[in-house]
Design a protein. Structure first.
Length: 160
């Protein structure tokens, strides 16, 4: 018999992506997305409920999200649910259900991000304001592009 483990959510990042690497060099990123549900109760009053979802991305997806996703961005995530258990330092057993990213789409308009970057991203001790580039950088021809340039992702070339 077949089974299906699929999660699809559309919401806002609640914090910047946290990037780590496993001992064998595999990239892993974690962050949370908030989704909202609105409805009217039996008395006609507007109600709202917010859910917070723990998200984990691996490999190249993790690296892309770490580079371009910031707190406040709206993302569509597709993936699978995974529950893991561990014993905390205090001896208590902990359980967490996470969405493991298999695909994603940036929904926020291009260039829209939170008002400031985190110090880790700006490379400075003080947060720096995010500025929109004035013009597109020139595209290098393949024969003159270096190996480092070919690994970079240009958001203008992504078809969504």
């Amino acid at each position: 018999m077949y089974s299906l483990n699929r999660a699809q959510i559309l919401g806002n990042l609640t914090r910047d992506v946290e990037m780590r690497y496993t001992p064998n060099g595999q990239a892993v990123a974690s962050f949370a997305i908030a989704t909202n549900r609105r409805w009217k109760d039996k008395d006609g009053n507007n109600q709202e409920q917010t859910e917070f979802h723990d998200i984990v991305a691996w490999g190249k997806i993790a690296e892309i999200l770490n580079q371009y996703a910031h707190k406040g961005n709206k993302l569509y995530i597709e993936g699978r649910l995974q529950t893991r258990q561990w014993e905390a330092q205090d001896g208590a057993k902990r359980t967490r259900t996470e969405i493991i990213v298999e695909d994603f789409v940036f929904i926020s308009p291009k260039g829209e991000t939170s008002d400031v970057t985190s110090p880790a991203r700006s490379g400075e001790n003080e947060p720096a304001a995010v500025e929109k580039p004035a013009a597109k950088p020139p595209i290098k021809k393949p024969e003159t592009a270096s190996k480092e340039d070919s690994d970079e992702i240009n958001l203008d070339e992504i078809p969504f």
